[in-house]
Design a protein around this ligand. Structure first.
Ligand code: NDP
Ligand code: HSE
Length: 439
């Protein structure tokens, strides 16, 4: 930190860990907007170094800024703020902890890390009286972390639900619009650069579950980790499911849902879950298509708020990173700090079996008299109430789709097991949940 005569810093040193999709855009913004940023902060941001794996590649920055030793970079005395956009758990965890312990503020976009280790990192930040900011970790450019942490700090948040993974939303939207199957659209998502070479974290819901853990922790003042989040991905959703959903005036979205609920013992609890679900076409999230994200927050006094925008991509994510950098830099200039982690409520997180939802069950059945009655009987036997039934196709085999009223997970699982053992049911092809309805 270079100081002016009054003791306030004239320059703040920034170390960038990673110069990939997001990091390259962060460098561009810091360089192109240097004058405006200086005015907004009250000091200049100066990039001291950039850690990458391959320092020999030309990246359009002075070669001497590049290093393959992020550990040495975070320890430099002339660095005040660390921007971590490497990805993965290690080395970011160790690097961030070291930086915080050395009194440097940290901005990170790393949801996988935060979903596991916010506790220890927030503790290190509090002990060193510095900032740990992570707006970019959830829903890219969309401001949702700061609204939950600060704007709604005086309210009681009841629910945070949304589409927080762009890759899966692109896939489901394209399957819905074009009737293409999952594998065809996944390949297209790869060609367009939405899906990673290994798309597992996106399509199996791990990325969305990390974001749900971060959102639930902030919204409910409770530490929720990725392991607490129930998770299902989209790999089993078929074009036939999307077509069937349309017949019920619904579409299918991968939802992250964080709710304040009553637990099985009646105690105030938290549910955090990620799964593909049918939602009515009239629901605000149904219109969120392509790689876009949206988050709906419901708070006791504010009512319903919706946040919508680009949830991924270099420039949108760098926008959120830079918002945090400006905040952390202002705090350095004014010797202040942002809010600490708040976990005072420590609510229990309930298991999925205790969360009643509506279901969509699709099965292939023999088309003969009494089959529908037998199927309905299994639902009734397990106390699962049917809301709607639709039969598609004819011939020897037909597809039967059942929508239920709310039922506990356990009752539905028993129903499905019973259906699978029926001679007239050749396969239960899909079991999905239904959200966004009042009943
Ligand atoms: P990239 O893979 O594009 O970039 C990663 C960068 O980190 C590269 O520059 C790479 O170096 C460098 N790097 C990785 N490991 C090391 C290491 N051990 N030592 C030194 N440098 C290393 O990732 P993204 O920019 O896409 O993502 C970065 C972070 O932002 C992740 O946590 C991601 O989850 C998060 N994020 C990304 C979004 C996006 O849309 N891309 C959206 C929201 C969050 P090299 O260039 O030499 O390979
Ligand atoms: N893979 C993520 C997505 C990037 O598809 O949304 C943003 O976190």
């Amino acid at each position: 930190m270079t100081e002016a005569n009054n003791g306030a810093p004239r320059e703040l040193g920034v170390a960038l860990l990673g110069m990939g999709n997001v990091g390259a855009e962060v460098v561009r913004i810091i360089t192109e907007n240097a004058d405006d940023l200086r005015e907004r902060i009250g000091a200049s941001l100066v990039i001291r170094g950039i850690a990458v794996r391959d320092a020999s590649r030309d990246r359009g920055v002075p070669r001497e800024l590049l290093t393959t030793d992020p550990g040495a970079l975070v320890r430099r005395d002339d660095v005040d703020i660390i921007i971590e956009v490497l990805g993965g758990i290690e080395p970011p965890r160790e690097l961030i902890r070291t930086a915080l312990e050395q009194g440097k503020s940290v901005v990170t976009a790393n949801k996988a890390l935060l979903a596991e280790y916010t506790g220890e990192l927030a503790k290190a930040a509090a002990e060193a009286n510095v900032d740990l900011y992570f707006e970019a970790a959830v829903a890219g450019a969309i401001p949702v972390v700061r609204p939950l942490m600060q704007s709604l700090a005086g309210d009681k948040v009841q629910r945070v639900a949304g589409i927080v993974n762009g890759t899966t939303n692109f896939i489901l939207s394209a399957m819905d619009a074009d009737g293409d199957d999952y594998d065809t659209v996944l390949a297209e998502a790869g060609r367009l650069g939405y899906a990673e070479a290994d798309p597992t974290a996106d399509v199996e819901g791990y990325d969305a579950a990390s974001k749900a853990a971060i959102l639930a922790s902030i919204a409910f003042h409770t530490r929720v980790t990725a392991a607490d989040v129930y998770r299902e991905g989209i790999t089993k959703v078929t074009a036939a499911d999307l077509a069937a959903a349309r017949k019920f005036d619904c579409t299918i979205k991968l939802l992250s849902i964080c709710e304040r609920v009553a637990g099985p013992d009646g105690a105030e609890s938290v549910s955090a879950r990620v799964y593909p679900a049918l939602i009515p076409l009239s629901h605000p999230l149904a219109t969120v298509n392509g790689a876009y994200n949206a988050v709906v927050v419901e708070a006791e006094n504010a009512g319903r708020l919706m946040f919508y925008g680009q949830g991924a991509g270099g420039a949108p994510t760098a926008s959120a990173v830079m918002g945090d950098v400006v905040m952390a830099a202002r705090n350095k200039v004014h010797a202040g700090r942002g809010p600490l982690e708040s976990t005072y409520a420590s609510l229990p997180v309930i298991a999925i079996k205790d969360v009643p939802t509506r279901y969509y069950v699709a099965m292939n059945v023999l088309d003969r008299p009494g089959v529908l009655e037998g199927v309905a009987g299994e639902f009734a036997k397990h106390d699962v109430s049917i809301a709607a039934v639709r039969q598609e196709g004819d011939g020897e085999q037909t597809r039967l789709v059942v929508i239920t009223h709310r039922a506990p997970d356990g009752a539905l699982a028993q129903t499905v097991a019973a259906l699978e053992s029926m001679e007239a049911v050749t396969a239960v092809s899909s079991v999905l949940r239904m959200e966004g309805t009042d009943d």
